[in-house]
Design a binder for this molecule. Sequence first.
Ligand SMILES: *[C@@H]1O[C@H](CO)[C@@H](O)[C@H](O)[C@H]1NC(C)=O
Ligand SMILES: *[C@@H]1O[C@H](CO)[C@@H](O)[C@H](O)[C@H]1NC(C)=O
Ligand SMILES: *[C@@H]1O[C@H](CO)[C@@H](O)[C@H](O)[C@H]1NC(C)=O
Ligand SMILES: *[C@@H]1O[C@H](CO)[C@@H](O)[C@H](O)[C@H]1NC(C)=O
Ligand SMILES: *[C@@H]1O[C@H](CO)[C@@H](O)[C@H](O)[C@H]1NC(C)=O
Ligand SMILES: *[C@@H]1O[C@H](CO)[C@@H](O)[C@H](O)[C@H]1NC(C)=O
Ligand SMILES: *[C@@H]1O[C@H](CO)[C@@H](O)[C@H](O)[C@H]1NC(C)=O
Length: 417
Amino acid sequence: MLCKVTLIAVAIAQLCVAAPAHRDVGISIALQKNSSLTTANGTFNHAAAIRHSVKVANKYRQNLINFHKNTGRFPKNVTTIPPPKLMPSNLRRRQNESLEDIGDDTEWAGTIGIGTPPTPFLIDFDTGSSDLWVPSSSCADCGAHQTYDATVSSSSVALEGTFEIEYGDGSTTSGPIYTDIVTVAGVAARNQSFSAVTQESSQFSEDTIDGILGLAFPDISNLGQPPFFQTALVQGSVPEGVFGFKLSSNDSELYLGGTNTLLYTGSLEFHNVSEVGYWQIGGASAVLNNDKAIASGFDTIIDSGTTIMYGTPSDVNAFYSAIPDSQVFDQANGLYSYPCDSPPSLAFSWGGNLWTVSEENFNLGETEEGSGQCVGALSGEDLGLGDNVWLLGDSFMKNVYTAFDFDHKQVGFAALA
Ligand SMILES: *[C@@H]1O[C@H](CO)[C@@H](O)[C@H](O)[C@H]1NC(C)=O
Ligand SMILES: *[C@@H]1O[C@H](CO)[C@@H](O)[C@H](O)[C@H]1NC(C)=O
Ligand SMILES: *[C@@H]1O[C@H](CO)[C@@H](O)[C@H](O)[C@H]1NC(C)=O
Ligand SMILES: *[C@@H]1O[C@H](CO)[C@@H](O)[C@H](O)[C@H]1NC(C)=O
Ligand SMILES: *[C@@H]1O[C@H](CO)[C@@H](O)[C@H](O)[C@H]1NC(C)=O
Ligand SMILES: *[C@@H]1O[C@H](CO)[C@@H](O)[C@H](O)[C@H]1NC(C)=O
Ligand SMILES: *[C@@H]1O[C@H](CO)[C@@H](O)[C@H](O)[C@H]1NC(C)=O
């Protein structure tokens, strides 16, 4: 609880000192990240990684359901919706969790305000989903989180319908839908649809973040409503339909209404979105040690709300098979290890530059202290994304500046300054 308060205070403080580089153009929001899948002693946090993968799989399952509901289509060659993924029983709801264990949140969090007067929420800005939700004041099991109370916001309007995400253990995150004013730094979206959830899966109630703000396209919105950024764009609150992310361990930023040119060098290399819904771009290759293309011609979803990278099980197996002395670490979860002292170099190309994942960003930590084997941030787990789609999360995004352009439906990468 104390920890939570501290987190929010830090986020607000950062917000206040974050003098935007170009206030006339767009607005910077400082993001913070408190931990990762690597423990303090340098070992891989296996349980946290599995919990995160289950969350990601269920998120994409829901995205698929939403996509189909909204468009009548299935993205790519996916014809069956996988069952919700089950959290291994030993990793389910952990009662009596000590504060220092709140270490496995892996989101990039920043604050937003909802309502009149605004209530501050610590939010995960997620380019892999399209809805905003926070806990409701009438939620009994939402953990130690900030909550939304519709009765104290003069601008709150209740809508019909329900928001619901289903999990493999039978739990759901669900609640009624409202519109209200939502502000992110100086950017306001009036009448923004969101859910104030009255029931929360334990995966979220234990999280340090209060909720999620989705930054993908309306096609995958569970609410079937324009996401925050579209609303802000239509209402003229941002000068253009572009936002930029810099994710790093100490000075991360989301820039709304353009890109922050101080944070990258050269120009952005843009690629058209191949599947409007996700920030998905096609024609990708994965290259090992600047030499060998392990896989090519696949699509990639660029997702700030996912921590590591996932490829198809066969491609990922081929990747690690080409690394001497690599080993399967966890078959069921598609995890592999490699010799820590001779790390592989993984790079992606979409037909332009090679964008390399740094050694630091690829290494999730030693399998156990002194083993000399490190777990790689590329997993070969089937998340139900289809047979030709990889999911690139923070382990990739931390190596580049990323621009998400709604106006031209494209994603751009540039070298970090
Ligand atoms: C999170 O990081 C900030 C600094 O970035 C620090 O002040 C704060 O105490 C951290 N919170 C936790 C829970 O580790
Ligand atoms: C390193 O951290 C892991 C996870 O927190 C723990 O299980 C392990 O015992 C630690 N090792 C040492 C030597 O402290
Ligand atoms: C879809 O994928 C399956 C295998 O996953 C394959 O057998 C089938 O031919 C594919 N269909 C199309 C239209 O590509
Ligand atoms: C949690 O702690 C309470 C009181 O300290 C105890 O009664 C309860 O059995 C504990 N629950 C678990 C799951 O350890
Ligand atoms: C928001 O909705 C109210 C009615 O609920 C309407 O009067 C107002 O014009 C709307 N504002 C915007 C910016 O759409
Ligand atoms: C942020 O990290 C970079 C490289 O990791 C380092 O050079 C820089 O000093 C750090 N800045 C702060 C404010 O800690
Ligand atoms: C990208 O899309 C635009 C239309 O939005 C089109 O004019 C352009 O040719 C496309 N570029 C490529 C490389 O397909």
